[in-house]
Design a binder for this molecule. Structure first.
Ligand code: MG
Length: 240
């Protein structure tokens, strides 16, 4: 750690002293899955003839599948997609994701979870995902970290991120206030959801999105990698 990291270190240590719960995103935080989601989106949309880039899908992380499809249909075809078409296209994207993607835990995320567990800070999973293949793996990859009653998934939310709804539901699960929680996110729209819920939000850049996008959304602390965050968190919890 360099001298310039100390303000960040002190800010996080101070915050953790009053933290009664960590609300943790899944894709791009616990799993290195965004590279497969973005590839699957890009493949599906390119086959439709829409001129999209793979990297733009990192910015749409957190939006529902329907919202992403409609955004691009309006931009390139000047129309919305009807419900049946949305279902069909999202099924194609999901199939590509399964063909491409393995369930890969994010390097460093196990140390991040272990630090929270050793500090006695409860964890709530807060994801817009409903991918059973990944959700079912949580008990294997992060044993004991996310009890079944402390999970907010696609089945629990109506609006999804960037609306604060999923994080507000996460607070309800632990019966804590926004000031007693922290959010751990990797996506700008996820940071917006956390901040709009009134929660101290930590951004970890685990993909190609530049730091400025997280600054724009008001992230309280930004870490350059999960390993870096895990290192700092591990040191902070020894001081609690
Ligand atoms: Mg994410």
């Amino acid at each position: 750690m360099t001298d310039t990291d100390f303000p960040q270190f002190n800010l996080l240590t101070g915050k953790l002293r009053s933290t009664k719960g960590a609300l943790i995103d899944m894709d791009g935080v616990l799993y290195d899955s965004m590279k497969y989601h973005t590839l699957a989106w890009h493949k599906m949309m390119t086959e439709l003839g829409l001129p999209v880039t793979r990297d733009e899908f990192y910015l749409y992380e957190g939006m529902t599948g329907a919202a992403t499809i409609n955004l691009l249909f309006k931009r390139h075809l000047n129309r919305e997609c009807d419900c049946e078409e949305v279902k069909r296209l999202y099924a194609v994207k999901t199939r590509y994701f399964h063909e491409l993607g393995q369930r890969e835990p994010m390097p460093g995320a196990d140390r991040m979870i272990n630090a929270l567990m050793s500090a006695g800070i409860p964890r709530v999973l807060v994801t817009g995902s409903g991918q059973a293949s990944i959700l079912d793996g949580l008990n294997t990859d992060y044993p004991g970290a996310f009890p079944d009653n402390l999970r907010v998934t696609a089945a629990d939310v109506v609006k999804g991120k960037p609306d604060p709804e999923p994080y507000l539901k996460g607070l309800e699960k632990l019966q804590i206030t926004p000031s007693e929680a922290i959010v751990i996110e990797n996506a700008p729209l996820g940071v917006r959801a956390g901040k709009d819920a009134g929660i101290f939000t930590i951004a970890v850049t685990t993909g190609p999105i530049p730091r400025i996008e997280f600054e724009k959304e008001g992230a309280d602390i930004i870490f350059p990698s999960m390993d870096d965050f895990a290192d700092t968190l591990t040191k902070c919890v020894t001081l609690l």
